[in-house]
Write a protein that binds this ligand. Sequence first.
Ligand SMILES: Cc1cc2nc3c(=O)[nH]c(=O)nc-3n(C[C@H](O)[C@H](O)[C@H](O)COP(=O)(O)OP(=O)(O)OC[C@H]3O[C@@H](n4cnc5c(N)ncnc54)[C@H](O)[C@@H]3O)c2cc1C
Length: 456
Amino acid sequence: MLVDVRRVRGRNEAPVAPGAVLYWMQRDQRAEDNWALLYAQENARERQVPLFVVFNLVPTFGNTTLRHYDFMLRGLAETEGTLRKRGIPFFLTEGLPTDTLPAFVLEHQLGEVVTDFNPLRFTSAWRTKVGELLPVRLTEVDAHNIVPCWVASPKEEFAAYTFRPKVHKLLPEFLTEFPKLRQQSGVSLLPPIDWERVLTNITTDRTVLPVTWLAPGAQAAQRCLEVFCTERLATYDSKRNNPNETGQSNLSPYFHFGQLAPQRAALSVQAVKAPRAARDAYLEELIVRRELADNYCFYNEHYDRVEGSHVWAQKTIAEQAGDKREFLYIKDNWEAAATHDPLWNAMQRQLGETGKLHGWCRMYWAKKIYEWSPDAQTAIDTALYLNDRYELDGSDPNGVVGVMWSIAGVHDRAWNPRPVFGKIRYMNFAGAKRKFDVKAYIERWSEPAATLFHDR
Ligand SMILES: Cc1cc2nc3c(=O)[nH]c(=O)nc-3n(C[C@H](O)[C@H](O)[C@H](O)COP(=O)(O)OP(=O)(O)OC[C@H]3O[C@@H](n4cnc5c(N)ncnc54)[C@H](O)[C@@H]3O)c2cc1C
């Protein structure tokens, strides 16, 4: 077997029928380095039937906007082209997958469906329902995590320190080179899709504009990875936490839309001659932290609720619930970057304008939303709304865990109690000033900078 069977799990009990194999592409929107597609191709070749790929476009979901659809659809256009070169027909359906997928399978008399894995509840619910409706087998392959989510751990992990040894132990078995996608011949291809038309017609919220600083697609992702490996990896550990530097990899949107396999990034980083500390710091984020986020969302049904946090965190949140907040803001204030804090406002502007708030700032940003909201659940809802609406990499398990870590202590430990936060870790302006040049950051992202900055 090309694909480790531990990556694969059934999503229904239906049998495999004689027809073609369909890969229902969802989270992993790439042609190369994709275990789900490789698994579908392996099955098709074994049974000597054609392989098709379908992507089902849902016109609106959650808090996503044109910013996300633009990046995704342009990436899919490239994926369609790469599959075409491999002789694999790519279909685009539109609507709810629970309607379109079963109809597509019947129309084309398909023999089985393979899909990829995402622990977030709305896509997981689609797969459950589609599995029930399909007359043929539906199989799910974890093509996103290096160590498949259900193999890395059979339960929700308490923190990175409990998850890390489990993942590291399994890495030699899973962090391997990908086989190449094979050429398919003898199957008729479809006329090319008019992606510009699809983008024009999509009924999503068009008020948040596409990003211009990061090109979508698998080739751009590969270039971004190469530039990071040659120019910035060596200083990742020292520069990544400075919001005034470009010290991070900027790869998260490519991972989120599946345009680049995290496994490919890990293999490339391992192969670079860079200081050990820098490589280890990057692989810790890329592998342990990122895959821990999937673990949390997969095993915790309350993943975006206070009830999803540790018992100590729920207790401290309840104990501080009556504490007076010095400032209280509503959604419009947050969204307009109109708080009393010039640093928070600058962060919201960076996020709104670019679709990427620097990694360190995301923590401060979410913690202040907690400090100036009436209660923890309102803060979680506000932070996820803003995160998923404006971050290009939003609507991702990483975002859920980032918000839950900041507001509800998920994967963190208890700290010395203080008002409002209780034992949840606190961050403040003075701490930010010790970390980086806050004035320069505010000047960069605020208008007019001079009147907004007050030295504290
Ligand atoms: C409040 C909050 C919200 C966040 N929202 C998101 C989100 O919506 N989508 C998202 O992908 N990440 C989110 N993160 C995690 C992290 O901030 C981003 O992944 C990172 O800043 C993306 O930039 P990069 O790719 O340049 O990261 P790099 O520093 O280059 O890191 C490499 C990769 O490691 C992973 N990674 C890095 N930091 C984390 C982390 N803390 N947790 C999990 N994985 C991590 C990402 O996949 C990232 O691409 C959030 C964090 C917080 C505190």
